[in-house]
Write a protein that binds this ligand. Structure first.
Ligand SMILES: C[S@@+](CC[C@H](N)C(=O)[O-])C[C@H]1O[C@@H](n2cnc3c(N)ncnc32)[C@H](O)[C@@H]1O
Length: 309
Protein backbone atom coordinates (compact mmCIF):
# COMPACT_ATOMS: atom_id res chain seq x y z
CA UNK A 1 0.00 0.00 0.00
CA UNK A 2 2.74 2.40 0.98
CA UNK A 3 4.48 1.60 -2.31
CA UNK A 4 1.28 2.51 -4.14
CA UNK A 5 1.06 5.81 -2.28
CA UNK A 6 4.67 6.67 -3.01
CA UNK A 7 4.27 5.74 -6.63
CA UNK A 8 1.30 8.08 -6.88
CA UNK A 9 3.22 10.85 -5.18
CA UNK A 10 5.97 10.49 -7.71
CA UNK A 11 3.43 9.82 -10.42
CA UNK A 12 5.46 6.95 -11.78
CA UNK A 13 6.66 3.39 -11.42
CA UNK A 14 8.40 2.43 -8.21
CA UNK A 15 12.14 3.02 -8.34
CA UNK A 16 11.88 4.65 -11.74
CA UNK A 17 13.26 8.10 -12.48
CA UNK A 18 10.38 10.25 -13.65
CA UNK A 19 10.99 11.62 -17.12
CA UNK A 20 9.10 14.88 -17.13
CA UNK A 21 9.42 17.15 -20.09
CA UNK A 22 10.10 20.88 -19.97
CA UNK A 23 7.54 23.58 -20.64
CA UNK A 24 7.98 24.26 -24.34
CA UNK A 25 7.47 20.71 -25.56
CA UNK A 26 4.14 19.23 -26.60
CA UNK A 27 4.24 16.12 -28.74
CA UNK A 28 1.91 13.42 -29.92
CA UNK A 29 2.81 9.92 -28.78
CA UNK A 30 -0.12 8.19 -30.43
CA UNK A 31 -2.96 9.26 -32.70
CA UNK A 32 -5.83 7.33 -34.20
CA UNK A 33 -9.45 8.13 -35.03
CA UNK A 34 -10.57 7.20 -31.50
CA UNK A 35 -7.58 8.08 -29.35
CA UNK A 36 -4.83 10.67 -28.94
CA UNK A 37 -1.96 10.59 -26.43
CA UNK A 38 -0.12 13.86 -25.88
CA UNK A 39 3.13 14.33 -24.03
CA UNK A 40 3.63 17.56 -22.12
CA UNK A 41 2.59 19.72 -19.21
CA UNK A 42 -1.20 19.45 -18.98
CA UNK A 43 -1.52 23.23 -18.60
CA UNK A 44 0.19 23.76 -21.95
CA UNK A 45 -1.15 20.81 -23.90
CA UNK A 46 -4.72 21.72 -22.98
CA UNK A 47 -4.22 25.11 -24.63
CA UNK A 48 -3.81 23.29 -27.95
CA UNK A 49 -7.27 21.66 -27.71
CA UNK A 50 -10.31 23.29 -29.30
CA UNK A 51 -13.09 25.01 -27.30
CA UNK A 52 -16.14 22.86 -26.48
CA UNK A 53 -14.56 19.67 -27.80
CA UNK A 54 -14.71 17.35 -24.77
CA UNK A 55 -17.76 15.69 -23.20
CA UNK A 56 -16.26 14.47 -19.99
CA UNK A 57 -12.96 14.59 -18.10
CA UNK A 58 -12.05 11.96 -15.52
CA UNK A 59 -8.73 12.40 -13.79
CA UNK A 60 -6.55 11.85 -10.79
CA UNK A 61 -3.71 14.39 -10.50
CA UNK A 62 -0.55 13.60 -8.51
CA UNK A 63 -0.93 14.07 -4.76
CA UNK A 64 0.45 17.18 -3.17
CA UNK A 65 3.79 16.16 -1.72
CA UNK A 66 5.63 19.46 -1.33
CA UNK A 67 8.79 17.79 -2.69
CA UNK A 68 10.55 18.10 -5.98
CA UNK A 69 11.31 14.70 -7.43
CA UNK A 70 13.56 15.94 -10.17
CA UNK A 71 15.23 19.29 -11.00
CA UNK A 72 13.71 22.75 -10.71
CA UNK A 73 13.01 23.14 -14.40
CA UNK A 74 10.32 20.50 -14.65
CA UNK A 75 6.65 21.25 -14.29
CA UNK A 76 5.54 18.26 -12.33
CA UNK A 77 2.32 19.02 -10.48
CA UNK A 78 2.37 17.91 -6.85
CA UNK A 79 5.88 19.18 -6.17
CA UNK A 80 4.85 22.78 -5.37
CA UNK A 81 6.34 24.21 -2.18
CA UNK A 82 2.98 25.21 -0.70
CA UNK A 83 -0.58 23.92 -0.81
CA UNK A 84 -1.69 27.27 -2.22
CA UNK A 85 0.64 26.81 -5.21
CA UNK A 86 -0.66 23.25 -5.69
CA UNK A 87 -4.26 24.48 -5.67
CA UNK A 88 -3.29 27.19 -8.14
CA UNK A 89 -1.65 24.63 -10.45
CA UNK A 90 -4.82 22.49 -10.45
CA UNK A 91 -6.91 25.61 -10.96
CA UNK A 92 -4.91 26.41 -14.13
CA UNK A 93 -5.76 22.94 -15.40
CA UNK A 94 -9.40 23.36 -14.33
CA UNK A 95 -9.64 26.66 -16.23
CA UNK A 96 -8.46 25.11 -19.49
CA UNK A 97 -10.75 22.13 -18.91
CA UNK A 98 -13.66 24.52 -18.55
CA UNK A 99 -12.82 26.04 -21.93
CA UNK A 100 -12.44 22.71 -23.78
CA UNK A 101 -15.56 21.15 -22.23
CA UNK A 102 -18.87 21.30 -24.09
CA UNK A 103 -21.68 23.27 -22.37
CA UNK A 104 -23.33 19.93 -21.46
CA UNK A 105 -20.05 18.42 -20.27
CA UNK A 106 -18.66 17.19 -16.96
CA UNK A 107 -15.44 16.98 -14.99
CA UNK A 108 -14.71 14.22 -12.43
CA UNK A 109 -11.74 14.96 -10.18
CA UNK A 110 -10.26 12.42 -7.76
CA UNK A 111 -8.18 13.96 -4.98
CA UNK A 112 -6.74 12.94 -1.65
CA UNK A 113 -5.84 15.04 1.37
CA UNK A 114 -2.55 15.33 3.18
CA UNK A 115 -1.81 15.36 6.87
CA UNK A 116 1.00 17.67 7.93
CA UNK A 117 2.11 18.20 11.49
CA UNK A 118 -0.94 16.27 12.74
CA UNK A 119 -3.41 18.37 10.76
CA UNK A 120 -5.36 17.58 7.60
CA UNK A 121 -4.84 20.31 5.01
CA UNK A 122 -8.31 20.05 3.46
CA UNK A 123 -6.85 19.94 -0.05
CA UNK A 124 -9.79 18.35 -1.94
CA UNK A 125 -12.27 21.00 -0.84
CA UNK A 126 -9.78 23.82 -1.36
CA UNK A 127 -9.41 22.63 -4.95
CA UNK A 128 -13.19 22.18 -5.32
CA UNK A 129 -13.76 25.80 -4.27
CA UNK A 130 -11.07 26.96 -6.70
CA UNK A 131 -13.00 25.12 -9.44
CA UNK A 132 -16.15 26.91 -8.39
CA UNK A 133 -14.39 30.25 -8.83
CA UNK A 134 -13.70 29.21 -12.42
CA UNK A 135 -17.38 28.45 -13.04
CA UNK A 136 -17.58 24.70 -12.41
CA UNK A 137 -20.66 23.69 -10.40
CA UNK A 138 -20.19 20.99 -7.77
CA UNK A 139 -22.88 18.44 -8.59
CA UNK A 140 -21.72 15.55 -6.38
CA UNK A 141 -19.04 14.76 -3.87
CA UNK A 142 -18.34 11.03 -3.97
CA UNK A 143 -16.65 9.21 -1.11
CA UNK A 144 -14.39 6.54 -2.51
CA UNK A 145 -14.22 4.09 0.36
CA UNK A 146 -11.14 1.88 0.20
CA UNK A 147 -11.83 -1.32 2.14
CA UNK A 148 -8.18 -2.34 2.23
CA UNK A 149 -6.66 0.88 3.42
CA UNK A 150 -3.17 1.99 4.27
CA UNK A 151 -2.25 0.92 7.81
CA UNK A 152 -2.48 3.81 10.21
CA UNK A 153 0.91 4.63 11.68
CA UNK A 154 -0.51 7.47 13.82
CA UNK A 155 -1.50 6.70 17.40
CA UNK A 156 -3.85 9.64 17.85
CA UNK A 157 -6.23 9.71 14.89
CA UNK A 158 -8.57 7.53 12.89
CA UNK A 159 -7.31 5.39 10.05
CA UNK A 160 -7.92 7.14 6.74
CA UNK A 161 -9.84 4.87 4.37
CA UNK A 162 -11.32 7.16 1.75
CA UNK A 163 -10.60 9.65 -1.00
CA UNK A 164 -12.90 12.14 -2.69
CA UNK A 165 -14.17 12.29 -6.24
CA UNK A 166 -15.84 15.54 -7.26
CA UNK A 167 -18.35 15.64 -10.07
CA UNK A 168 -18.45 19.12 -11.60
CA UNK A 169 -20.71 20.33 -14.39
CA UNK A 170 -20.61 23.41 -16.57
CA UNK A 171 -24.35 24.01 -16.64
CA UNK A 172 -27.59 22.95 -14.98
CA UNK A 173 -28.51 20.99 -18.12
CA UNK A 174 -25.43 18.80 -18.13
CA UNK A 175 -25.72 15.47 -19.97
CA UNK A 176 -26.53 12.67 -17.50
CA UNK A 177 -27.73 9.19 -18.46
CA UNK A 178 -29.22 7.79 -15.27
CA UNK A 179 -30.36 4.57 -16.96
CA UNK A 180 -26.79 3.76 -17.99
CA UNK A 181 -25.75 3.39 -14.36
CA UNK A 182 -28.77 1.72 -12.76
CA UNK A 183 -28.25 -1.53 -10.91
CA UNK A 184 -30.54 -3.99 -12.66
CA UNK A 185 -32.91 -5.36 -10.07
CA UNK A 186 -33.51 -9.04 -9.78
CA UNK A 187 -35.56 -11.10 -10.15
CA UNK A 188 -37.45 -9.78 -13.20
CA UNK A 189 -41.23 -9.27 -12.89
CA UNK A 190 -43.56 -11.55 -14.90
CA UNK A 191 -46.55 -9.80 -16.45
CA UNK A 192 -50.05 -11.28 -16.95
CA UNK A 193 -49.25 -12.52 -20.44
CA UNK A 194 -45.95 -13.96 -19.43
CA UNK A 195 -44.18 -10.86 -20.66
CA UNK A 196 -41.05 -10.17 -18.73
CA UNK A 197 -40.95 -6.74 -17.21
CA UNK A 198 -37.75 -5.45 -15.73
CA UNK A 199 -37.64 -2.99 -12.89
CA UNK A 200 -35.77 0.18 -13.67
CA UNK A 201 -33.13 -0.61 -11.07
CA UNK A 202 -31.75 1.53 -8.30
CA UNK A 203 -29.29 4.34 -8.82
CA UNK A 204 -25.86 4.36 -7.18
CA UNK A 205 -25.26 6.41 -4.06
CA UNK A 206 -22.35 8.79 -3.57
CA UNK A 207 -20.39 6.28 -1.48
CA UNK A 208 -18.44 3.82 -3.60
CA UNK A 209 -16.52 0.93 -2.13
CA UNK A 210 -13.64 0.08 -4.41
CA UNK A 211 -10.42 -1.72 -3.75
CA UNK A 212 -7.30 0.24 -4.68
CA UNK A 213 -5.22 -1.15 -7.54
CA UNK A 214 -2.24 -3.27 -6.60
CA UNK A 215 0.84 -1.28 -7.57
CA UNK A 216 3.00 -4.40 -7.17
CA UNK A 217 1.06 -6.02 -10.01
CA UNK A 218 3.38 -6.90 -12.90
CA UNK A 219 0.54 -6.05 -15.30
CA UNK A 220 0.39 -2.41 -14.26
CA UNK A 221 3.14 -1.20 -11.92
CA UNK A 222 1.92 2.41 -12.11
CA UNK A 223 -0.23 4.25 -9.59
CA UNK A 224 -3.43 3.49 -11.45
CA UNK A 225 -6.92 4.16 -10.14
CA UNK A 226 -9.57 1.40 -10.34
CA UNK A 227 -11.34 0.98 -13.66
CA UNK A 228 -14.69 1.01 -11.88
CA UNK A 229 -13.95 4.51 -10.54
CA UNK A 230 -13.86 5.71 -14.13
CA UNK A 231 -16.55 3.51 -15.63
CA UNK A 232 -19.57 5.00 -13.89
CA UNK A 233 -18.61 8.62 -14.70
CA UNK A 234 -18.09 7.75 -18.36
CA UNK A 235 -21.34 5.78 -18.70
CA UNK A 236 -23.34 8.51 -16.99
CA UNK A 237 -21.80 11.67 -18.40
CA UNK A 238 -20.34 10.92 -21.82
CA UNK A 239 -22.65 9.88 -24.66
CA UNK A 240 -21.56 6.98 -26.89
CA UNK A 241 -19.15 8.26 -29.49
CA UNK A 242 -18.36 11.29 -27.31
CA UNK A 243 -14.89 12.32 -26.11
CA UNK A 244 -13.36 11.55 -22.73
CA UNK A 245 -10.24 13.41 -21.57
CA UNK A 246 -7.67 12.70 -18.86
CA UNK A 247 -5.02 15.43 -18.47
CA UNK A 248 -3.02 13.19 -16.06
CA UNK A 249 -3.58 9.91 -17.87
CA UNK A 250 -0.67 7.99 -16.27
CA UNK A 251 -0.96 4.33 -17.17
CA UNK A 252 -4.06 5.03 -19.27
CA UNK A 253 -6.94 3.70 -17.18
CA UNK A 254 -9.37 6.43 -18.28
CA UNK A 255 -8.48 6.07 -21.96
CA UNK A 256 -8.72 2.27 -21.91
CA UNK A 257 -12.13 2.27 -20.21
CA UNK A 258 -13.43 5.02 -22.52
CA UNK A 259 -12.43 3.08 -25.63
CA UNK A 260 -13.94 -0.16 -24.30
CA UNK A 261 -17.19 1.72 -23.71
CA UNK A 262 -17.31 3.05 -27.26
CA UNK A 263 -16.13 6.58 -26.50
CA UNK A 264 -13.13 8.46 -27.92
CA UNK A 265 -10.20 9.23 -25.62
CA UNK A 266 -7.57 11.92 -25.20
CA UNK A 267 -4.79 11.35 -22.68
CA UNK A 268 -2.13 13.83 -21.58
CA UNK A 269 0.86 13.14 -19.36
CA UNK A 270 4.22 14.74 -18.62
CA UNK A 271 5.92 11.35 -18.39
CA UNK A 272 7.07 9.71 -21.60
CA UNK A 273 7.36 6.39 -19.81
CA UNK A 274 3.73 6.46 -18.69
CA UNK A 275 2.55 7.28 -22.19
CA UNK A 276 4.56 4.45 -23.74
CA UNK A 277 2.86 2.08 -21.28
CA UNK A 278 -0.55 3.60 -22.06
CA UNK A 279 0.06 3.27 -25.79
CA UNK A 280 0.65 -0.48 -25.39
CA UNK A 281 -2.58 -0.81 -23.39
CA UNK A 282 -4.52 1.13 -26.03
CA UNK A 283 -3.21 -1.08 -28.82
CA UNK A 284 -4.33 -4.15 -26.86
CA UNK A 285 -7.81 -2.72 -26.33
CA UNK A 286 -8.36 -1.73 -29.96
CA UNK A 287 -10.36 -4.34 -31.76
CA UNK A 288 -11.73 -5.80 -28.54
CA UNK A 289 -15.52 -5.76 -28.19
CA UNK A 290 -17.10 -3.28 -25.78
CA UNK A 291 -17.36 -4.56 -22.22
CA UNK A 292 -20.76 -6.01 -21.33
CA UNK A 293 -23.01 -3.75 -19.27
CA UNK A 294 -21.82 -3.97 -15.68
CA UNK A 295 -23.74 -3.31 -12.53
CA UNK A 296 -23.10 0.09 -11.00
CA UNK A 297 -21.85 -0.08 -7.48
CA UNK A 298 -22.79 1.59 -4.28
CA UNK A 299 -21.85 1.31 -0.66
CA UNK A 300 -23.85 -1.87 -0.16
CA UNK A 301 -22.11 -3.75 -2.93
CA UNK A 302 -19.07 -5.86 -2.27
CA UNK A 303 -16.40 -4.92 -4.75
CA UNK A 304 -12.94 -6.30 -5.16
CA UNK A 305 -10.05 -5.26 -7.37
CA UNK A 306 -12.00 -2.50 -8.99
CA UNK A 307 -14.61 -4.75 -10.59
CA UNK A 308 -18.27 -3.95 -10.19
CA UNK A 309 -20.28 -6.90 -9.12
C1 LIG B 1 -1.75 9.75 -10.05
S1 LIG B 1 -0.99 9.61 -11.61
C2 LIG B 1 -2.37 9.24 -12.67
C3 LIG B 1 -2.66 7.77 -12.67
C4 LIG B 1 -3.77 7.40 -13.63
N1 LIG B 1 -5.08 7.78 -13.11
C5 LIG B 1 -3.76 5.90 -13.93
O1 LIG B 1 -4.79 5.24 -13.78
O2 LIG B 1 -2.70 5.39 -14.26
C6 LIG B 1 -0.66 11.28 -11.99
C7 LIG B 1 0.05 11.49 -13.34
O3 LIG B 1 0.23 12.89 -13.55
C8 LIG B 1 1.42 13.07 -14.32
N2 LIG B 1 1.84 14.48 -14.22
C9 LIG B 1 2.49 15.13 -13.22
N3 LIG B 1 2.64 16.44 -13.51
C10 LIG B 1 2.06 16.63 -14.72
C11 LIG B 1 1.87 17.78 -15.53
N4 LIG B 1 2.30 18.99 -15.18
N5 LIG B 1 1.21 17.61 -16.71
C12 LIG B 1 0.75 16.39 -17.10
N6 LIG B 1 0.92 15.26 -16.36
C13 LIG B 1 1.56 15.39 -15.18
C14 LIG B 1 2.38 12.04 -13.76
O4 LIG B 1 3.38 11.73 -14.70
C15 LIG B 1 1.44 10.86 -13.46
O5 LIG B 1 1.42 9.93 -14.51
Amino acid sequence: MRASLNARLAGCKKGMVLIVITSNVVSSVFASRECGLLLGDAREVLRTLADDSVDCTVTSPPYYSGRRHVGDTVLEIGSEKTVEEYVEALASVGKELYRVTRPTGSYWLNLDDKCERKEWLGIPWRVAFAMREIGWKIRSEVIWHKPTHVRNAAKDRLTPAHELLFYFVKSKDAYYDMDAIRRPSSPPIWGKNGVVKTRRGSVPTDVWTLQIEDSTSPENPYAAFPEALVELPIRATCPRGGTVLDPFVGSGTTAVVALRLGRKAIGIDASADCLEFTKKRILEVRGQPATPRQTPFNHAVKVSHGCMR
